[in-house]
Each structure stands twice: as structure tokens, then as C-alpha cells.
Design a binder for this molecule. Structure first.
Ligand SMILES: NC(=O)C1=CN([C@@H]2O[C@H](COP(=O)(O)OP(=O)(O)OC[C@H]3O[C@@H](n4cnc5c(N)ncnc54)[C@H](O)[C@@H]3O)[C@@H](O)[C@H]2O)[C@H](O)CC1
Ligand SMILES: [K+]
Length: 505
């Protein structure tokens, strides 16, 4: 499903009205009624409802909601926070309908008066500001937002919690902290920004009759969900053999960090790879092999438990490789990473310490004729780009698209909402995963799943989006059935893969 910016949402709206011929007042009616259907599941009609409306169409939705709740026997008051003349067009039409239906509207701009009304209500519907917000929230909205947040009453936002920007790039704002948000037709970008999404509370889309098209193909951002995985993940052929599912190489590990490559290898095997070989230091092989008996091993030259030399490897005998996990950050591991980037004429995934090593070698990556996948978390992304972590979290879509295009890489920016970008600038947001994954080793497991997916018979975009989905889905199933976010560890996520493959896909 497309994720839209405010500009794209307005384009779709304009298309529906101007080319499609649908009346904007009907869209507003549809929005309000669809949201009322949701509200009636949450609130019973003995509760007193206060609807806060602003000057735009978000306020217009508020009038439709108020009228339809009134029709259903709810006690509703609308507090209009702007002067009458500010309410125009479709919103004015629906305001008039509410009046005709004997609805009560109070024009209030004093925050103390708003506070009195709030103290006599059980539920507040926030229809102050929608996707049309620009700049900092002005008065009286700012104070009203602060009062609503302080009271901690059930708060339901229309389309977007008032004050939250629709798009990325705005780091500081004052906004309603909603319990529920009913998002009109398509998800807005800010739903997938970790500093904005908590404001939405629980959210759901409501359909109002708009087409799900976006017009600027340049900016395609989509969610990747179970339906997409089911459609794209290749089925295992009855007549396939181990060679049909990929032969992968994992390079990394050190004497003090054997677990990382062990988890990558095991996760790759548990996600369908045919054969996995681990290239690591001699000292680490016995412990890794006892955990991952299905893999084969290449012993790398080492000194004090750190890889120092790359043996002769025929990279062309592998379908893909992953490098960097637990490798350490020495000069020798840096030069090995560089050599692999140049010599291996196969798809490569670079993670963890490998990412630290490539900062100065990005031109080498651009020259590669085979795909390169980078899997940074925001801290590593900051290291690679020179932006601060805050800047990356404020504009993760823009920063990752720019980077993927500029360096010709597939980029997986890991986070609460992992963003997958391809070298053409297309982007997807993963929809699975939970806070239980914020632990050491999660990234190693993800790398293994991705390596495996890269070797199956699917496009690289599908492989990476499917891999991210499967990783998060394993954690989600575990947390809902046997583990908690507290005790979940990375190896559980490998064990949980079986539930994902058996039940979800
Ligand atoms: N197709 C759709 O998506 C539909 C959406 N609907 C709803 O309409 C809003 C968007 O409406 P719009 O009139 O464009 O903007 P807003 O209501 O969000 O607000 C504009 C309003 O607010 C004033 N304003 C702007 N910035 C600020 C600020 N910083 N502080 C205070 N006031 C501000 C501005 O002057 C305008 O008057 C969308 O979210 C949906 O809820 C339709 O109902 C159905 C179709
Ligand atoms: K709102």
C-alpha cells in the first residue's frame, strides 16, 4: 500500500474531485461517517463527547462526525476554535448541516473555557488540524493541545493527531497525543517516523472512496505486509535440491565475537538456504560449529583472534555472501572487506563492522557490477553519511533514498520502522517487529535471513523486503505466544522462523 506525503494526498484528492467528478462534500461525509463507525465501537452513547474543530477540512470532518454521532443519540458539543468567517467551502457546508440538525456549536478561543468544557466531557474528538498544517502550531491550538494532553481523557484524532506533521523533516512540534487515530484513506509518512508514530496511538485506516494511486512515481514509498510476502516469496519446488536454494558465504567473527557469524549462518540455514559456509578465525570454529552443525567452515589467517588474511576463495562458487558481523575493526579486517568488495562478483551484504570499513570505499561499491546491500542502524548510517542520528531519524526516507541512489546500493535502514531503499530510489517500510528486537544479535539474525532470501528465486527488492518482514514476524509471533519483549533474544528469533514459514506464509 502506498504511503503518502501531504502533497500526494492532495493530488489524489484533486484527481478524485476534478477528474473523477466526485463532490468534495461527499468525500467529507464519507470520512466522517467511516470514523463514526469506528468511534461507536469504542464509546457508548452514555458518554459525553466534545469535538474540537479548526478552520480547515479536518474541522469539516469534525462537523460530519458530530452530526452523525448526534443522530445516533450521543451527547455532542462542538467547540469551534476559530472565527466563523474562517470556516469555508465543504467545511462550512457541513457546519450548516450540523446546525440544521440542531447540533450545538460553541465558539471558544479562551483556553480556560475550553478546559471547562473538557472537564464536563468523557471523550474528545480532535478535528483541529489535519494534513494542512504548516509551521508551528499557532494559538489557541497550541494551548488547547497542551490542555488535552494534560487531562489524559480518551482522545480520538481525525486523520492525524493535530500538530503532527504529515511529512518527514520536522523535528520539534506540539501535538495531540491520541489514544486512537482514524487515518483517512492512506497512511501518511509520519506514521512511520519513530518520533511521530507514538502520537497516533492505535490507528486504523478508514476508506472514503478515493483511488489508491500515486502520481509521482519518483517518490514511491510502500508498506510491505503479509499479503506482499505471500504473493512474492518463492514456493519450494518438490524437485529442487540443495544447490537450487543457494550457496552462501558468511565472513566475519573473531575470537571474542564468535556468536555473531554463528547466528547469521544459522538464520540463513533456517530461512531456506541450501548450503552455508562460514569463513572465520580458526579459534572460533569449534564453538560456532557446535551451534551450527549444518554449515561448513573455512579457517582464515588470524592474529590474537582477529582475521588477518583472506585465503584463496573462489567467490563465483557462491550465490551471495555476507560480511562484517563480529569481525572487529582492525586494519586487516578493513583491507579484507575492501578486497572482498572488489573481488567477489556476486551479490554482497555488508553489515556491522563491515560498514565501518567501507566509509572511505564507497566509490568502490559504486563500481561493482553486482548488487551491494548495506544494513546500517541509525548510528551506522550517521557514520556513513556524516549526518547526525537526529537528522537521520528526522528525515530517514530522504536520507536513505539519497544514499541508495548516490552510491548505487540497496539500503536497509534498521529501526522501529525499517526502511528498504533500492538504487532507483524506490522505498518500502517493513510492518513487522517489536521492541523485543532491540537487543544484541538481532542484526546478525537479520543478515542471515537476508542472505538466504538474496539467494532464492525472487527479485532483490522482494528478497530484502521479505527478509525484513520474516525477521520481524518471527519476533511478533514469539512475543504473542511464548516470549515477552523483555526476555526475547536473537537466537529465539531464529527458532521462531519455523512459525513464520509454517503459519504465515
Ligand atoms: N482527500 C482527503 O484526504 C480528504 C481529507 N479531508 C480532511 O481534510 C484535511 C485536510 O484539510 P485542509 O483544509 O487542507 O487542512 P487542515 O484542516 O489540516 O488545516 C488547514 C487549516 O489550518 C490552518 N493552519 C495551518 N497551519 C496551522 C498552524 N500551524 N497553526 C494553526 N493553524 C494552522 C490553515 O490556515 C487552514 O485553515 C485532512 O487531514 C482530512 O482530515 C476531507 O475531509 C476529505 C477528503
Ligand atoms: K486532527
Amino acid at each position: 500500500m502506498h504511503i503518502v506525503t501531504a502533497k500526494e494526498m492532495y493530488e489524489i484528492d484533486r484527481f478524485a474531485i476534478e477528474k473523477g467528478g466526485i463532490d468534495g462534500r461527499i468525500l467529507m461525509e464519507n470520512a466522517g461517517r467511516a470514523i463514526v463507525d469506528q468511534i461507536t465501537n469504542l464509546v457508548d452513547n452514555t458518554e459525553r463527547i466534545l469535538v474540537l474543530v479548526g478552520s480547515g477540512n479536518n474541522g469539516g470532518d469534525g462537523f460530519v462526525i458530530a452530526r452523525n454521532l448526534l443522530n445516533k443519540g450521543y451527547e455532542v458539543i462542538v467547540l469551534q476554535l476559530v472565527a466563523d468567517e474562517k470556516i469555508k467551502g465543504d467545511a462550512a457546508y457541513h457546519k450548516q448541516l450540523f446546525i440544521n440538525f440542531k447540533g450545538k456549536i460553541q465558539l471558544v478561543q479562551e483556553v480556560t473555557v475550553v478546559e471547562q468544557y473538557l472537564s464536563n466531557a468523557d471523550v474528545v474528538i480532535d478535528a483541529m488540524l489535519g494534513i494542512g498544517i504548516s509551521g508551528e502550531v499557532r494559538q489557541p491550538f497550541k494551548q488547547v493541545i497542551e490542555v488535552v494532553n494534560k487531562l489524559e481523557m480518551l482522545t480520538i484524532s481525525v486523520d492525524i493527531p493535530s500538530g503532527v506533521p504529515a511529512d518527514e523533516g520536522v523535528a520539534n512540534f506540539t501535538a495531540i497525543k491520541a489514544d486512537y487515530t482514524f487515518v483517512v484513506e492512506l497512511p501518511k509518512l509520519s506514521l512511520y517516523l519513530e518520533y511521530c508514530s507514538p502520537f497516533y496511538g492505535q490507528w486504523r485506516l478508514v476508506e472514503i472512496g478515493l483511488p489508491h494511486t500515486t502520481f509521482s512515481q519518483d517518490n514511491l514509498i510502500e508498506t510491505w505486509n503479509q499479503k506482499n510476502v505471500v504473493e512474492t516469496l518463492p514456493k519450494r519446488n518438490r524437485y529442487s535440491h540443495k544447490g537450487s536454494h543457494g550457496k552462501g558465504l558468511v565472513i566475519g567473527g573473531s575470537h571474542t565475537m564468535p556468536g555473531s557469524v554463528a547466528m547469521t549462518a544459522k538464520a540463513a540455514l533456517r530461512s531456506g538456504s541450501g548450503l552455508i559456509t562460514v569463513g572465520t578465525v580458526q579459534e572460533a570454529i569449534p564453538s560456532i560449529a557446535s551451534y551450527c552443525m549444518e554449515a561448513t567452515y573455512i579457517s582464515f589467517l588470524s592474529n590474537e583472534g582477529i582475521i588477518t588474511g583472506l585465503p584463496a576463495i573462489d567467490f563465483s562458487s557462491y550465490d551471495a555472501l555476507a560480511i562484517g558481523m563480529g569481525m572487529g575493526r582492525s586494519e586487516s579486517t578493513a583491507s579484507i572487506t575492501k578486497k572482498v568488495i572488489v573481488d567477489a562478483k556476486i551479490p554482497i551484504l555488508i553489515d556491522a563492522d563491515g560498514l565501518q570499513h567501507i566509509k572511505g570505499d564507497l566509490p568502490l561499491i559504486k563500481q561493482r557490477q553486482h548488487p551491494t546491500v548495506l544494513t546500517p542502524h541509525p548510528g551506522e548510517m550517521a557514520m556513513l553519511t556524516g549526518y547526525s542520528v537526529k537528522e537521520i531519524l528526522t528525515s530517514p526516507f530522504k536520507v536513505s533514498k539519497q544514499f541508495a541512489r548516490e552510491h548505487g546500493v540497496y539500503l536497509i535502514l534498521k529501526g522501529v520502522h525499517t526502511i528498504i531503499s533500492d538504487p532507483n530510489g524506490r522505498q518500502w517500510v517493513n510492518t513487522t517487529g517489536n521492541a523485543g528486537l532491540a537487543k544484541g544479535g538481532s542484526g546478525d539474525v537479520l543478515s542471515g535471513i537476508l542472505l538466504s532470501m538474496m539467494m532464492q528465486n525472487q527479485s532483490l527488492n522482494d528478497a530484502l523486503t521479505n527478509g525484513c518482514f520474516i525477521h520481524g514476524a518471527s519476533a511478533d509471533i514469539l512475543v504473542s505466544e511464548q516470549r515477552s519483549k523483555q526476555d526475547l533474544v536473537a537466537t529465539d528469533v531464529i527458532d521462531g522462523l519455523t512459525s513464520v514459514f509454517r503459519t504465515l506464509i
